[in-house]
Write a protein that binds this ligand. Structure first.
Ligand SMILES: [Zn+2]
Length: 276
């Protein structure tokens, strides 16, 4: 029986377990999209032992949310399953779908396992956008990211304590290497647009929990260090900034602006007319 040892997906290397799970360009893009805060994942070589050590170290980090701690296990499982589908059923799949499925499985697992002991505080969870205090404006921002082309757009909207908006916009931000970097670029754009309007006391609110945690210095993710340093630099120009996380359903306007605000132009900004 003739068994070809070469990886049939990339045809570059022997199909070792490390290659399938980490080193194949296909696996690399899955890990990139999953954005797990394990620096070892982004090194040019990695062993299974080294990876497992890093994953177990992550379990002891109190700043990392439970879903993120569990995501590496489900990501591994789905990379393996997708590899089998590719070889035995000739089914090819977008790396982004693997990450979505892995995240969905983690959420489902948490829901089933944690619910009987620790029911989520459904009532106290915000269900809509909340107004800022009178002394500050709130700038909601969001990014849209195309996992195929890596094109990125950002949207932002400024509102005061009455909920009245005095500006909103969207911008094409060229390319980002991951959804997380796209969110970082969207925040940077929102900060610049806020600053040029002379506003100096601002709450920047977004629905990317990892980015907000990084801005509040509870985690550090090296893969977005470039945009992170730019954001820090810009935040020093303001008198008072806060970075606040909000669930996606409370960030809908910025989401819509990011998705549709710049479908034809490179840049859009207004305080009168909504985007067409
Ligand atoms: Zn390969």
């Amino acid at each position: 029986m003739n068994i070809d040892p070469i990886c049939s997906r990339c045809l570059r290397d022997d199909e070792t377990i490390e290659h399938i799970l980490f080193l194949c360009p296909y696996a690399e893009s899955v890990w990139e999209l999953a954005n797990i805060p394990i620096q070892a994942l982004y090194l040019p070589s990695i062993s299974s032992e080294f990876f497992l050590e890093a994953v177990f170290a992550l379990q002891n980090d109190n700043e990392v949310p439970l879903e993120m701690k569990l995501l590496p296990f489900w990501t591994l499982w789905h990379i393996w399953k997708t590899r089998n589908n590719f070889i035995f059923d000739e089914k090819s799949e977008d790396p982004n779908h693997i990450v979505w499925r892995a995240r969905a499985d983690v959420r489902e697992w948490c829901r089933v396992v944690l619910l009987p002991h620790d029911p989520p505080p459904l009532i106290s969870k915000p269900t809509h956008w909340n107004r800022p205090p009178q002394t500050m404006l709130k700038c909601n921002f969001d990014a849209s990211f195309d996992p195929i082309t890596y094109e990125t757009r950002g949207g932002w909207i400024l509102r005061d304590y009455r909920g009245i908006s005095n500006g909103w916009g969207a911008a094409n931000m060229r390319y980002a290497s991951s959804p997380l970097e796209a969110e970082g670029k969207a925040l940077l754009n929102a900060m610049q647009q806020t600053w040029i309007r002379g506003i100096r006391h601002v709450i920047f609110e977004g629905d990317c929990e990892l980015l907000i945690k990084m801005m509040n210095k509870s985690i550090y993710i090296a893969s977005i260090d470039g945009v992170y340093q730019d954001i820090l630099h810009w935040s020093l120009k303001f008198d008072n900034t806060e970075f606040v996380y909000t669930p996606r359903n409370c960030n809908r306007t910025a989401h819509v602006l990011a998705k549709f605000g710049c479908s034809t132009d490179l840049f859009y900004s207004s305080c009168f007319h909504p985007p067409v």
